[in-house]
Structure formats: structure tokens, C-alpha cells
Design a binder for this molecule. Structure first.
Ligand SMILES: [Zn+2]
Ligand SMILES: [Zn+2]
Length: 211
């Protein structure tokens, strides 16, 4: 699936008409994929991506793949060194054999925050699998990770194939009040390494846009 259009999206697009980070009841969200799709049309959104935790189930038995506003997506739990983080994949083939070994093995792998902490995915192999399945790999909500130097963390991920970074998202609403890095730091890193800038609300309930 072509993800080139993401490169041309601006901050304004992510504020009003694009949301590339949405959860459904296939992981820990409230609504089904078709309900989210309906909400997206009601809001007049032009691009959405469902990014459930470690699963592509939302793309099966729903109208997602038939909709022109949908880009495929997923959000993986990963450890890289001592940092636990989330990696988004966009534009992937949802039937890809390459991704299968990295998908959830149980219901808890898709829904339980505690269970998901025990993820054992090899990040380098995962990024390779995302690329082989036609997608791009994007670091999710980077401001909340427990790493002292976000720049060097991102740099290490770029060395193993990271393509993009989530820049436009609700920083204040992420993970309560705990925030280790500023919005400014994230934007600076994105520009410094010429990463693809993505965005979304990380919505688990009713769909909305950033503004
Ligand atoms: Zn996340
Ligand atoms: Zn998420």
C-alpha cells in the first residue's frame, strides 16, 4: 500500500482531517472498525489508520480495506535496549507472512498493558518485516519514553531502518502527566534526521481529531 502521501501531510492536516493512530475493540478500544469508519466519515476525515496493539484483526471482517480513506496500520510493543516503546507500521499488507511471527499470540497480547510489557520482539527483525510487507516503520508518541537521550535512541533506531516519527499527537493527554521529552525536542529530532512526520490522537474511544 502506498504511503508516499504521508510525507506531504502537514500539521494542519493532522489537526483537522487526518488521524493515523486509532484503536478499535480488536485491541483495547471501545468501538468496532466499522463504527470507527462511520465516525471518520461523519467527521469528514480524509485519511485514517487503525493501529491496534500487535494485531491486524480489525482489517478482517470489516469495511476498512474497501474504504479509500483507510491506510493499513498496526502498533507493536517492543523493547530496544532498556527502553520499552511502541512502533507503528503503516501501509503494510495485512496478510503478510513476514509479519505473522510478530503478531499477538493471545487476547492479552492485544489488550493487557501488563502482558504487553513482556514483549520479546526483535526490533531490527520487526522493522525488516514491516518493510518486506510493503510498509514504513514509525516511532509512536516519543515524548513519553523512559530514555535519557531521545536523540540517540532515535538515531539507533534509524540505523536499523526506522522511517518516521509521530510528531503530531496530544502530548498533554499521553500517559497522564508523565512526560520526559518536549514537543519541541521531538520536532527538532524529526527535522534533524529528515524522518517522515506522522500524527494521530491514539484514540481508544470515540473518534476525534487533534483540534
Ligand atoms: Zn502506544
Ligand atoms: Zn496507540
Amino acid at each position: 500500500m502506498n504511503t508516499d502521501f504521508i510525507k506531504s501531510l502537514t500539521k494542519e492536516d493532522f489537526k483537522h482531517t487526518v488521524n493515523l493512530h486509532i484503536h478499535t475493540n480488536s485491541s483495547d478500544g471501545t468501538y468496532s472498525a466499522d463504527e470507527i469508519l462511520e465516525q471518520a466519515y461523519e467527521l469528514g476525515l480524509e485519511h485514517i489508520a487503525i493501529t491496534d496493539h500487535n494485531t491486524l484483526d480489525a482489517y478482517k471482517n470489516s469495511g476498512l480495506l474497501a474504504s479509500p480513506i483507510v491506510t493499513t496500520g498496526i502498533e507493536f510493543d517492543c523493547w530496544f535496549g532498556y527502553v520499552f516503546f511502541h512502533l507503528l507500521g503503516y501501509g503494510i499488507d495485512v496478510n503478510s507472512e513476514d509479519l505473522k511471527p510478530f503478531l499477538a499470540k493471545s487476547h492479552a497480547d492485544k489488550t493487557s498493558d501488563i502482558r504487553r510489557l513482556f514483549s520479546t520482539r526483535n526490533v531490527e527483525h520487526l522493522i525488516q518485516a514491516i518493510h518486506k510487507s510493503g510498509g514504513i516503520a514509525v516511532l509512536a508518541h516519543p515524548a513519553c519514553y523512559w530514555c535519557i537521550n531521545l536523540d540517540s535512541f532515535v538515531k539507533s533506531l534509524i540505523k536499523i531502518g526506522l522511517d518516521g516519527i509521530e510528531v503530531y499527537y496530544p502530548y498533554d493527554r499521553m500517559r497522564g502527566v508523565v512526560k520526559f521529552h518536549s514537543r519541541h525536542t521531538v520536532e527538532k529530532i524529526a527535522d534533524k534526521y529528515m524522518l517522515i512526520k506522522t500524527g494521530g490522537t491514539d484514540c481508544h474511544k470515540k473518534l476525534s481529531t487533534l483540534e
